[in-house]
Structures are given as structure tokens and as C-alpha cells.
Design a protein around this ligand. Structure first.
Ligand SMILES: NC(=O)c1ccc[n+]([C@@H]2O[C@H](COP(=O)([O-])OP(=O)(O)OC[C@H]3O[C@@H](n4cnc5c(N)ncnc54)[C@H](OP(=O)(O)O)[C@@H]3O)[C@@H](O)[C@H]2O)c1
Length: 309
């Protein structure tokens, strides 16, 4: 352990959040954050507990979250770390999901960029995942018709039976164009895209007049040797005068106070449900990360690296 200097803290990491963006961060390319290099501690969001402190803003026992990295202990000045203010009745793991970056992504991506109106149809890809499942539920709360795309029949059942999506399509077994024609009979007013590639193209083929495409993620492309560039349905996008806008959740960090009380309220009322896929042991993190890309993760992927208080 390095010795603590004035202003520094030591944090024991508890829950490490595994996210598709980890794949982009280790690509060696500049993203919305600086490129990572061989030999760096792998960047990653985590929740941890302060165990030693020479920083007057953080005391022993405080729970904090931020880019603590893929390691057992973080030692440093704590820049960018946020104190977690726990709400009674909400488990610590929810702060990686509904009340963390995932919840903010779903909330602002859908409401600020997608701007759904009651009665409109909202299509979501990776709908059984951490972000997608919240997007669909928020759209239902706003009175929309919600159709989800997911990669297994089990995930589709969870969407319709427990989250009350109006329809769910297993994009791996269905003929996508035909399934979208059948499930989105009125077309698509908002497409929340977590996937990109061929799924995006199929969704553009159903977009309605003045429709909105929210570009949240392109997970089908993050590992692709040969990225898909063929968006043959762009002509429909033009004819329908639709709009496509991308965002990164960090753009909304200054507005977290708008979203978190509302997300917490919906969570406590049981109107937002979530699943956590909990893996134990830091050494499991690299293997676990791959499950985001083969679809075997069941909900928000988290690695527990030490006991929770
Ligand atoms: N813009 C932002 O600020 C922001 C913030 C957070 C996340 N995101 C993006 O949001 C998306 C979802 O992230 P998440 O954390 O919620 O992960 P997640 O949905 O919990 O897990 C990823 C899911 O993506 C699906 N998937 C993987 N490869 C696919 C492919 N080739 N085609 C179609 N689906 C595929 C899999 O579900 P299936 O079983 O359904 O295939 C997998 O379970 C990602 O694209 C991520 O980069 C963006």
C-alpha cells in the first residue's frame, strides 16, 4: 500500500461496475475520456468505502462512487469521487443501476433527447439490459407503447410479463423486418438505440414522421472487425423528416439532481424494476466483461471485489 499524503484517501472497492464502455476505453483510442494504455490500472466505475483519510472532505466509513478502477484499493486525491447519500430502503447495488450512471443514461436519453409523448410508440434495443430495461419502463410510465428487442426468449418473457412491455422481439430468431412490421403496427416514434448496425437499419425502416432516434450505444460494433455501414433505410429517415441525436451521460452530470429524486421515487413505488448480475472476485472481471458482448449477462453487470458493509 502506498503511504497516504496530505489530501489523499484510501478507498476499499466493493462493487465494480462492468459496462460496454470499458471495451471502448481499452481500445487504445481516444474516446470521450483519454485513451488507456498497457500498464495502466483498468479504468472502471466502482462503489467503495473510505478506510483511511487525509482529505478533509472524506472521512473513514464514507461510501463513495466514481472511477476507482479495477483494483482492490484506490489511493489518491479522490478527485471526481462522489459521496453516496443512501436513501432508506434502497440497496447499495441500486447505486450502480437505477440511481447510477445507468439510470441517468436512461432518464436523460429518453426524456431529453427522445422526448416521448403519451400514446407514441417507443422501440428499445438491448431492452433487457441495464439501460434498455429502464428506458422501456420509463416510457411505459410516460404512457407510451413500448416494444423491446432482446437476444433470448427468456429475456423477452421478462420484458412482457414482469416489466409490462407491450411486445418483445427475440432479434436472434425473428426475421427483424417482419417482426417490426407486426409489433410496431403504428410505426416507431422514438427508437432508443443501444446496438447500432443492422438493428438500427431495421428500426429506421419503421420510423414515423418526425420520429427521433436516440443514439445511446453501438454495442454490435464495439468488437466488430468489419463495422456495418450500410444504412439502406436512410431514405425512409429522410422522407419522414426524422432526427437522430447521440449523447454521452457525462454531458448530464450537472443535472443529476433533476433525475435522481424522480428515479428513487419510481424505484420505491415499485414502478422501476431491475436485475443485477453479480459476479464475485476481481479476477473474474475480464471474463465477465465478455458476457456483455455475447448477451449472457442478466441485467446490470457488477463484480463484487470485497464485502459490503
Ligand atoms: N451514451 C451513454 O452515455 C451510455 C451510457 C451507458 C451505456 N451506454 C450504451 O448502452 C448500451 C447498453 O449498455 P448496458 O450497460 O445497459 O449493457 P447491457 O444492455 O446490460 O448489456 C449489453 C447487452 O447488449 C446486447 N448485445 C451485445 N452484443 C449485441 C449485438 N451484437 N447485437 C445486439 N445486441 C447485442 C446483449 O443483450 P441481448 O441478449 O439482448 O443481445 C447484452 O446483454 C451499450 O451500447 C452502451 O455502450 C451508453
Amino acid at each position: 500500500m502506498p503511504i497516504l499524503h496530505d489530501g489523499e484517501v484510501r478507498v476499499r472497492n466493493i462493487f465494480l461496475s462492468l459496462d460496454p464502455t470499458n471495451r471502448l476505453w481499452i481500445s487504445g483510442e481516444e474516446t470521450y475520456l483519454p485513451a488507456q494504455h498497457i500498464g495502466d490500472v483498468v479504468r472502471g466505475g466502482a462503489i467503495g468505502i473510505v478506510e483511511e483519510s487525509r482529505n478533509r472532505h472524506m472521512k473513514v466509513g464514507d461510501l463513495v462512487s466514481g472511477l476507482l478502477g479495477w483494483q482492490l484499493y484506490y489511493t489518491g486525491a479522490g478527485r471526481g469521487l462522489a459521496q453516496l447519500s443512501r436513501i432508506e430502503g434502497i440497496p447499495l447495488l441500486a447505486y450502480h443501476g437505477v440511481l447510477g450512471a445507468v439510470g441517468l443514461t436512461a432518464y436523460f436519453g429518453l426524456l431529453d433527447i427522445g422526448r416521448p409523448q403519451a400514446g407514441e410508440s417507443v422501440l428499445v434495443s438491448a431492452a433487457a439490459g441495464a439501460v434498455g430495461s429502464l428506458v422501456g419502463q420509463i416510457a411505459k410510465i410516460k404512457g407510451c407503447e413500448v416494444i423491446g428487442l432482446a437476444g433470448s426468449d427468456d429475456k423477452c418473457r421478462w420484458l412482457t410479463e414482469e416489466l409490462h412491455f407491450d411486445a418483445a422481439i427475440n432479434y436472434r430468431t425473428a426475421s427483424l423486418d417482419q417482426a417490426l412490421r407486426e409489433s410496431c403496427r403504428k410505426g416507431v416514434d422514438v427508437y432508443f438505440d443501444n446496438v447500432g448496425g443492422e438493428v438500427l437499419n431495421a428500426a429506421l425502416g419503421r420510423i414515423n414522421r418526425k420520429g427521433r432516434v436516440v443514439t445511446c450505444g453501438l454495442i454490435s460494433q464495439y468488437n466488430a472487425d468489419d463495422p456495418v455501414h450500410n444504412l439502406s433505410n436512410l431514405s425512409r429517415f429522410l422522407i419522414q423528416r426524422a432526427r437522430m441525436e447521440a449523447f454521452i451521460v457525462v454531458d448530464y452530470l450537472s443535472r443529476t439532481r433533476e433525475a435522481l429524486p424522480q428515479l428513487a421515487e419510481w424505484l420505491l413505488e415499485g414502478r422501476l424494476k431491475y436485475r443485477v448480475d453479480l459476479v464475485r472476485g476481481l479476477e473474474q472481471a475480464p471474463e465477465a466483461l465478455n458476457t456483455l458482448f455475447d448477451g449472457s449477462n442478466q441485467g446490470k453487470l457488477v463484480v463484487q471485489v470485497s464485502p459490503a458493509p
